[in-house]
Design a protein around this ligand. Sequence first.
Ligand code: SAH
Length: 220
Amino acid sequence: MNELDLSGIGMTSLRTRFRLLDRLRQQGIDDEELLEIIGQTPRHIFIDEALSHRAYEDTALPIGFNQTISQPFIVALMTKALFQGGKLSRLLEVGTGSGYQTSILAQLADRVYTVERIKGLQNRARQKLRLLGLRNVQFRHHDGGMGWAAQAPFDGIMVTASPRRVPQELVDQLTPNGRMVIPVGDADGQQLQLITLEDGEMQVEVLEQVRFVPLLSGTK
Ligand code: SAH
């Protein structure tokens, strides 16, 4: 892939990217560093070519294997919530998917550890991040519901698939000031929750009603 493909000119005009940023601002995303990163990250390379003309619409899109790339507003909301307390050095992401959210996190943190249970998605994501020159990401093909104990603790954990309740293993892998953003619920309804620790006690703030794919066990 050449530079032209990365910039997306010809396929997706710069105007559509600016329109997306305006939309995110209107929805309350006011973190300018984050908006700049979203504006500069070519979302179209994470999507099948047949759909890439829709890459800068504020919508989730299929990425194969029955999974979806998250809606930009949700990516922005989750990232904003995770970083609202200040800089985070080491992050765990559960559910690499297309790698789009991973690439945003990699531009904000020192190191990102990302776990995906579907090998085919992980391979593609790894290739895209290499293309973008993002080298501070470590990938693991595994069931991420148990976190990544060997690399813990993490200053932040982002979960992009939905468990019925917050896995204690993930809470245990947070630093004392750590933060976790996670969609909790089932197919009937999910809440996006921000989890923080206060003297070791879990505090929960509900951010938004959301709809994510379920967090499944085992690998494929
Ligand atoms: N943030 C991603 C969206 C991911 S969709 C993006 O921007 O593209 C959720 C992903 O979580 C899917 O790829 C799914 O395979 C993965 N997933 C589901 N359960 C998992 C588990 N237990 N461990 C790791 N990954 C999981």
